[in-house]
Write a protein that binds this ligand. Sequence first.
Ligand code: C2E
Ligand code: MG
Ligand code: MG
Ligand code: MG
Length: 276
Amino acid sequence: YQAKKIKNSYSFFTEEMRSLNAFRADVEHELRGAIESCELWMAYQPQINADETLYGVEALVRWQNEKLGFVPPDKFIYVAEESGLMKELGEFIIQTSLREIGELQKELNLSFSLSINISVVQLMEADFLPNLLKIIAKENFDRSSLTLEITESLSIESLDDVLPILYDIQEHDIQISLDDFGTGYSSLSILRELPIDELKIDKSFIDKILYDESEKILVESIINIGKNFHMKTLAEGVECIEQVNELKRSKCDIFQGYYYSKPLSKEDLKKFLRKG
Ligand code: C2E
Ligand code: MG
Ligand code: MG
Ligand code: MG
């Protein structure tokens, strides 16, 4: 039975793999010229405090390609990582979001936080922090309002390499957020080993809190753990007011999701901020 099952799934697997490989090859090929031909831009999704004021925005990369159409980031970031393109892409992301948000803050005379997603591959580049600091200086950006989002899927093996970099980052007043918290396999002990300022509770939990009591208890517990470790807690992917109310009852600090706003272009973010 085992052998048969493996055989069946094997033939299915290769079919899927063939088209996946073709797609991946296309993505890699098209991605090589994407920055220079201005196919990439940044979108910004507002993050809202419990008192309904603005906390900040998360920068999310966008790619529209002539041949492939719109390609979502989780379909091309890993390709960039595997094909050595992440350094250039990462620098574009950091450079563009610091410049655009810095300009907006000055223009509207507003100060708010900017979160940028950083992949572990990016973080491990030898000159990651020096380059980041260079861009911050060039853009004259306020370091203390910058947060780097690192996903929890950090493997335990990479932890030893990542730890000193994270401490270095924190020593420069830059905040660290643990993204997609609860979805990885890492143990809770990373919460005391890593210098984390914010826990970002994954959307997959938030989705279920209204109808699944045990999921609600789980989220409440995560919020309490965050509080006890003096971390901010942010709920991602909130889509309705009932979720927000429930999370406010559990004393979650910050909310992000379609209920407040989808990710916006720089122009639309400006309109959103002007409306207050
Ligand atoms: P993430 O960092 O967890 O980002 C949240 C994702 O959820 C975003 O998808 C956002 O558009 C989406 N989202 C936010 N609120 C809602 C909601 O209420 N409902 C639903 N259905 N979705 C919501 P996106 O932009 O497709 O990004 C997917 C992932 O790709 C991100 O997950 C992040 O891991 C990665 N990513 C995006 N931009 C970048 C980037 O600039 N650099 C790196 N390294 N990774 C990025
Ligand atoms: Mg994120
Ligand atoms: Mg997330
Ligand atoms: Mg997520």
